[in-house]
Design a protein around this ligand. Structure first.
Ligand SMILES: NC(=O)C1=CN([C@@H]2O[C@H](COP(=O)(O)OP(=O)(O)OC[C@H]3O[C@@H](n4cnc5c(N)ncnc54)[C@H](OP(=O)(O)O)[C@@H]3O)[C@@H](O)[C@H]2O)C=CC1
Ligand SMILES: O=C(O)[C@H](O)CS(=O)(=O)O
Length: 484
């Protein structure tokens, strides 16, 4: 920790109503690269969640009555502080989550970009006037903030997944309570420290840290004072949270699992496709919901693509994310490593061919070798499941109909990618893929200006872009009568 310029960014307790709340119990935050203790943090629970919701409710009138300009000014302060402290925030993130420092700093900039984007977007929450059916009436439509927003976020992007939600919520005039993943609370608490320094008033942005995910989640999804619930995480957990929200008919948005196909057509730029697959697959050690999960290659270019892709993956350097030059960090924990190992072993059993890697780097660690499997079929576990690890399954196809059929043969529909140059093929495939986001000759597609989200069992709603505000607003229809 001594490497931090501003040690005050390391906070050890939940941030509720503008104060730091210590609890008797504590939870240990450990570094997945070394297993070493990073920090002990107060282990809050249901009582703190209820207090945070009450605080957010109390702050809502004040916050929602501020002008969009006033809210934007405070959010701008927050953005500036996040960028000013990008190095420290990146280092904290790498220590608790493991991704290489360069990626972690990139995540800080990515998260801050949402604060920057929505600070401005909040000024453009327009309504409508609608010609009335009779001349004694006037119809006006206004948009108003939904109220208190509750969020549960994952460990794989412990800064950006919070920023992507909180920025839209605050810009809309909502107040916000987030319960971050147990394994990565420090990034969320550092965001709260900077929100306080930015002048964001007490009760507007609250972070409650605790390992009772189920109990805390029950309050966040069922409390009558929470107007909207937003979640990023696995589809299985998302489903149970959606059902918990039903009891109070909350607005819900879900960013869930994925199984992204990466399709290389015979007319693709193979070198570009190799670089795109490398970036999309091995970012965050493959632990992102939009990571390439299956690589479909036209049979005529499979040999050429495989040779170049194996060479590129062989160049990846696995190690501690704080070490200069490391490009693939550890996985989040040992369970994640064994889950991936099982997918690899079971698929090899079914006929997949191990071309590169395929095992843990060092017994007892969280490091898994960048891996490539060939001769994979879509029914094998490595293709049918979301891998969430640094493994590339290669699947061959003969024509565009077969490519689409394989790509769409999944309950997920978050991101898909393909490389091709024929404009007719590009449009047919882009329109035929059943996914919410499509990278065309591009492997990295996430940014604050674009609507992030999926279809099928990858979730609902969109985050980022002008569309990202809608989930935090209610439409109100005003009908004015008696006007002659
Ligand atoms: N769509 C997306 O953007 C993302 C999707 N994912 C998906 O999540 C999976 C891996 O991430 P992982 O963190 O394990 O996902 P989980 O869904 O297990 O966890 C996500 C968050 O939900 C919390 N949580 C878990 N169970 C419950 C529950 N019953 N009630 C309330 N909260 C709960 C977790 O808390 P705790 O940490 O304490 O367990 C964590 O904060 C992958 O399948 C991946 O697809 C992950 C990240 C992003
Ligand atoms: O949760 C995730 O995996 C992120 O949403 C991926 S991204 O937004 O950083 O692409």
């Amino acid at each position: 920790m001594h490497a931090l310029k501003d040690i005050q960014l390391i906070k050890h307790s939940s941030y509720i109503n503008g104060s730091w709340h210590s609890s008797v119990k504590s939870l240990a935050v450990t570094n997945p690269a070394t297993g070493e203790l990073v920090a002990n943090v107060s282990n809050a629970g249901i009582a703190e969640v209820e207090l945070a919701i009450e605080s957010a409710k109390d702050a809502f009138t004040m916050w929602s009555k501020k002008s969009a300009n006033e809210r934007a000014g405070l959010m701008r302060n927050w953005f500036n502080l996040m960028m000013e402290h990008q190095d420290d925030l990146g280092r904290i993130l790498t220590l608790e989550q493991g991704k290489p420092l360069a990626e972690a700093k990139g995540e800080i900039a990515y998260g801050a970009a949402f604060i920057d984007w929505f600070a401005e977007e909040g000024k453009r929450i327009y309504g409508d006037t609608i010609p009335a059916p009779s001349n004694d009436k006037r119809i006006v439509v206004i948009k108003q903030p939904v109220g208190v927003v509750a969020a549960i976020t994952p460990w794989n992007f412990p800064n950006a997944m919070i920023a992507r939600k909180a920025a839209a919520a605050l810009a809309a005039g909502c107040t916000f309570v987030v319960r971050p993943a147990t394994q990565t609370p420090l990034s969320a608490l550092a965001m709260a420290e900077l929100a306080e320094r930015a002048g964001i008033p007490a009760g507007v942005f609250n972070v409650v840290v605790g390992d009772d995910a189920r109990g805390m989640g029950k309050v966040l999804t069922e409390h009558p004072d929470v107007a909207k619930f937003t979640f990023t995480g696995s589809t299985s957990v998302g489903k149970s949270l959606i059902s918990q929200c039903a009891s109070t008919v909350k607005k819900v948005s879900m960013e869930l699992g994925g199984n992204a196909p990466f399709i290389v057509f015979s007319d693709a730029d193979i070198d570009a496709a190799v670089q795109g697959a490398l970036a999309s697959k091995y970012r965050n050690a493959g632990q992102t919901c939009v990571c390439t999960n299956r690589i479909l290659v036209h049979k005529d270019v499979m040999a050429q693509f495989s040779e170049k892709f194996v060479a590129a993956v062989s160049e990846l350097s696995t190690g501690n994310g704080l070490t200069e030059g490391v490009t693939v960090g550890p996985m989040i924990n040992k369970q994640a490593v064994s889950d991936v190992q099982k997918l690899v072993d079971d698929s090899v059993e079914m006929g997949a061919k191990l071309v590169l890697g395929g095992k843990i780097v060092q017994e007892g660690s969280c490091f898994y070798q960048p891996t490539i499997l060939a001769n994979v079929s879509n029914d094998m576990p490595i293709a049918a499941n979301e891998i969430f690890g640094p493994v590339s399954p290669l699947i061959s196809f003969a024509n565009e109909e077969e490519a689409l059929a394989i790509a769409n043969d999944t309950e997920y529909g978050l991101a898909a990618y393909f490389y091709a140059r024929d404009i007719g093929l590009i449009w047919r495939i882009a329109e035929g893929l059943e996914f919410g986001m499509i990278g065309i000759n591009e492997g990295i597609i996430s940014n604050a200006a674009a609507p992030f989200g999926g279809v099928k069992q990858s979730g609902n709603g969109r985050e980022g872009s002008k569309y990202g505000l809608d989930d935090y607003l209610e439409i109100k229809y005003l009908c004015m009568g008696g006007i002659r």
